[in-house]
Design a protein around this ligand. Structure first.
Ligand code: HEC
Ligand code: HEC
Length: 339
């Protein structure tokens, strides 16, 4: 009899122990990164939404980003933001990197293909509110002094892009605030940060009041980029003497399908129709071997110029947005399809 009681006591103790342990370990992955940092006493960014601006809403912001206009009830009638583009011509609004602490085009391509997203020149707007610097690296070469006010100011960054990238009209204050409100809806959560068990438990304990705030903040801040790096590089011609450097046509097909066709299929944003016909592949494949503006090596690294507000243009791919190897992969695919 006493042995039975001992066993029952042990089982009871084990159950209690298990549930106590679980309570400490579970971190709510849907909690926002910004709010978590705030809870730990660290104000990571300053650009929260200004509620006093009349007529602004996240819904209007989402419409503007995805469609270029908004037809909400009782809303002021305004002109379409751009004749040429919408924000999602060049930016995703979903997470596009498997590891947010690096900008790696090879890993990104694989990730976006799995998610059914395009692979684009600009950085995803998902998590943009968690960043503190914009138009980084070589974008200063393209936009010069225009970047200064936008460099650390997300409202100015939105406005700059509306006019310079999207080649459209200036946004009204309530439109900028609406877009900002929408961007707050697509901010980073703890689930985006690939925290391992140990890291999650340190953060959970710090939230619970244990003296681990500094460690927790450091972990969180190491898991994502506060600015998206961008380097413009020169076209790298194919090394004909080194067949080892030739690309992988299967990967090249992905580049063609989720990058080029996003804008060029059925002339979506360009006069140039790029489809899956033999003639298109033949043309691109032949042009690639020439020094012309139609060569993939040139167009990908230089893009085309925009005539202020008058026309659409093709943004260039910085090396973080397409690697030289991916361009070789595309070339291999074009050659294969042109045979
Ligand atoms: C034709 C392409 C294009 C269009 C259209 C476009 N953008 Fe951009 N945008 C860019 C590029 C290129 C950058 C440079 C920095 C980056 O994203 O890596 C950029 C940067 C930004 C940034 C700063 C991001 C960062 O981390 O540096 C914001 C915010 C932004 N755009 C918002 C918008 C909004 C809002 C719209 C629609 C009104 C828009 N963009 C339309 C190409 C575009
Ligand atoms: C964000 C949209 C976008 C993406 C992505 C894109 N392009 Fe373009 N591209 C354009 C636009 C817009 C033009 C037309 C520019 C103009 O009117 O001068 C263009 C022009 C071109 C031209 C003609 C250049 C010229 O001087 O007229 C070629 C070739 C080209 N693109 C190839 C590509 C290839 C290859 C890819 C994939 C690696 C690609 N594009 C991806 C938007 C895009």
């Amino acid at each position: 009899m006493s042995r039975l009681i001992t066993i029952l006591l042990l089982v009871g103790a084990w159950i209690l122990f298990q549930s106590a342990d679980n309570e400490v370990a579970i971190l709510d992955k849907s909690q926002s990164l910004y709010q978590t940092l705030n809870q730990l006493g660290y104000r990571s960014v300053e650009h929260t939404v200004d509620e006093s601006i009349e007529g602004a809403s996240a819904k209007i912001g989402e419409d503007l980003v995805k469609h270029g206009f908004s037809e909400g009830e009782g809303q002021k009638k305004v002109k379409r933001q751009s004749k040429h583009f919408v924000c999602t011509s060049c930016h995703n609004v979903e997470r596009e990197d498997p590891d947010l602490s690096v900008s790696d085009p090879e890993a990104r391509l694989e990730y976006v293909v799995k998610q059914g997203l395009p692979f684009l020149q600009a950085t995803s707007l998902y998590g943009a509110v968690n960043r503190t610097s914009f138009y980084n690296g070589d974008y200063v070469k393209k936009y010069g002094d225009l970047i200064k006010p936008a460099k650390n100011n997300i409202r100015e960054a939105i406005q700059l892009c509306a006019v310079e990238c999207a080649q459209g009209r200036k946004l009204h204050d309530w439109e900028v605030e609406s877009i900002l409100a929408y961007l707050w809806e697509i901010q980073l959560t703890l689930g985006d940060l690939n925290l391992d068990e140990n890291e999650a438990s340190i953060i959970q304990k710090a939230i619970g009041g244990e003296k681990l705030e500094m460690e927790a903040i450091q972990i969180l801040e190491s898991k994502y980029l506060k600015g998206s790096p961008a380097h413009f590089i020169e076209p790298k011609a194919r090394d004909k003497n080194n067949p080892e450097s030739f690309g992988d046509a299967q990967k090249g097909k992905l580049v063609y399908d989720v990058s080029c066709k996003h804008c060029h299929l059925n002339n979506k944003y360009s006069y140039l129709n790029l489809d899956d016909s033999f003639l298109t592949f033949k043309w691109l494949s032949n042009k690639a071997d020439t020094y012309s503006r139609y060569s993939i090596y040139q167009i990908i690294r230089y893009g085309t110029f925009a005539m202020h507000g008058k026309s659409s243009y093709m943004p260039r791919y910085p090396k973080e947005k397409m690697s030289d190897q991916q361009i070789e992969d595309l070339k291999a695919y074009l050659d294969l399809m042109a045979e």
